[in-house]
Ligand binder design. Structure first.
Ligand SMILES: [Cu+2]
Length: 178
């Protein structure tokens, strides 16, 4: 019981700080942990701006990103559903808003929590879905070209092994701040 609670709390803390190493200190002054938790719940249960991309047998929904500073990092979250009878693989992602996008996951290894690159072939099983969410999988935007602020929208391109490239509209939700 205590261990579960500890892990849960650690996940929440890491999900807040994991993806903005160089610039998180300014951000975290402005809103409490509770704000983030509440926002994350909200983002997972609604489509926010209603942006859903359907392409062949793939559906990408609920894409959103954390704010970040020029030269720093951000993270993008979304849900990818594969309704095909064949497995699909996410190969890479890119955006003109940052130098590099990497597929990461947060791993709990005993008492230690760390981020780990997933690599270039992330399985999206047939008839299943992959959820990118705080504390788990995320698309990490590295070296932002400019500040990314609340209300921003940008395109993120996803490359798959079998399906054509998909461009997803990602928003930085205003409601991350009260
Ligand atoms: Cu990361």
């Amino acid at each position: 019981m205590n261990t579960r609670l500890l892990i849960l709390m650690t996940i929440l803390v890491v999900s807040i700080s994991a993806c903005s190493f160089s610039s998180s200190s300014n951000q975290s002054k402005h809103h409490s942990h509770v704000d983030h938790i509440h926002t994350d719940d909200h983002m997972m249960t609604s489509d926010h701006d209603g942006s859903v991309v359907k392409h062949d047998n793939l559906e990408i929904s609920g894409a959103w990103a954390r704010p970040g500073f020029e030269g720093g990092n951000s993270a993008v979250y979304m849900k990818i559903t594969n309704s095909d009878v064949e497995s699909e693989y996410l190969i890479s992602a890119n955006s003109s808003r940052c130098r590099l996008v990497e597929i990461h996951e947060i791993i709990i290894d005993g008492d230690i929590m760390r981020m780990s690159p997933v690599g270039a072939n992330m399985l999206i099983p047939a008839g299943d879905e992959i959820v990118f969410e705080p504390g788990g999988y995320h698309l990490m935007m590295i070296d932002l070209e400019s500040d990314m602020i609340f209300g921003d929208k940008f395109d993120l391109e996803l490359k798959f092994r079998n399906s054509e490239d998909v461009i997803v509209s990602v928003s930085v939700p205003e409601n991350m701040v009260e």
